[in-house]
Design a binder for this molecule. Sequence first.
Ligand code: FAD
Length: 409
Amino acid sequence: DGHIVIVGAGQAGTLTAEALRSGGFSGAITLLGDEPHGPYHRPPLSKAWLAGEVGDAQLMLRAPEMLAKKGITLRTGVQVEAMDRTSATLRLAGGETLAYTGLVLATGATPRRLPLDGGDAPNVLPLRSKDDASAIAAALARCAEQALPVVVIGGGFIGLEVAATARKKGLAVTVLEAAPRLLGRVLSPGLSAWYAALHRSHGVQLVLDARIDRIDTSDGLASAVVMADGTRHACGLVVLGVGVSANDGLAAAAGLACERGIIVDACGRTADPRIVAAGDCTARRLDDGSLLRLESVQNATEQAKSAAAALLGQPRPFTATPWFWSDQYNKKLQMAGLSAGADAWAVRGDMDSGASFSVYHYRGGRLIAVDSVNAAKDHLQARKLLDAGVSPTPAQASDSRFDLGSLLA
Ligand code: FAD
């Protein structure tokens, strides 16, 4: 019946293993992860877990016993060093060779570092794994004890979530963003400004257009981030939130096409019929030839289902509207669709008070995305509208008395 090996025991790898079983695969499934932990949820690492509001138990994605019950062999602390497509084998660190009949690459991504002087001090920390988050939690505790500020480099989702969590703990926080606005690649200018105001209202010192020169150290630890204009931001911890690179090295070395990720089609297939890929390690080739890279739980989950289906010979393209969320302070942002290229916007609800509102993004008169803040109903409806290709007019979208659901009837 064969042996399907999955490299990477994160969101995508774990769900692919389960989808293979529920899809009827009766052969052996081995799920290999290089971290010491079993599969866990990453999103809380910058939010509720870092804030101390949930514990380790709530991080767990699947208990190892549950995987065992499904006949999925989980091996943690195992790194795959190379793959040989001709012999259909993997080489594991330590020298073991593992043969596969089907292979799933679900290797995730690695946070980028910055080539700055002082950038490799031990209190300059990225956030990807549970171990990263534990190191940041310990550093936050030390900052609290010694009244040292936190500097976050990068005003993307992870950086801003850590900033909000550190403010909740009462720490002084500076966010340095190189671009002229926060979350510039994903939010409309209006919503970027709204997030900047939100963070400032919570006491974050926000520097846009930030040009960093170096990180000064004292006794080996980062003590200040120094800007090109000489301004110094003292720190007891620097959190790096400057994006990730897809872990596509194994695939590239084995001759699979990679470009900012392992290239897959909508069904998760690579050019090798025995190999599929899912999650943050992938870049999807769209019909117009462009590449789409998504780093989200939904993308990992949907691609996992597609990857499993492809190996089972039942291709299932992932075409659902992309969605994402982010929690900062008491605001839950939920995004549906992809807003890049929007040329017009409509706002529903009261953006000025910020209590609950949604921004509808239009391109060429068609709805392409909706970003909702504390407006879960708008978000769920937006996913349905976008999935169905139904586009309310901007006037309908901004009229909160107009029932957008009526357009779906
Ligand atoms: P991962 O979960 O990273 O799993 C890949 C695994 O493969 C890792 O354990 C890695 O160590 C392992 N691996 C890599 N190479 C090898 C190898 N050679 N051998 C063995 N194992 C290997 N998404 C949202 O939608 N909403 C959010 O609010 C959100 N918040 C986030 C907050 C944080 C702090 C982080 C880090 C991410 C967040 N994300 C969020 C993104 C989401 O967690 C990722 O998109 C998702 O985890 C991707 O799953 P994956 O399986 O592709 O990768």
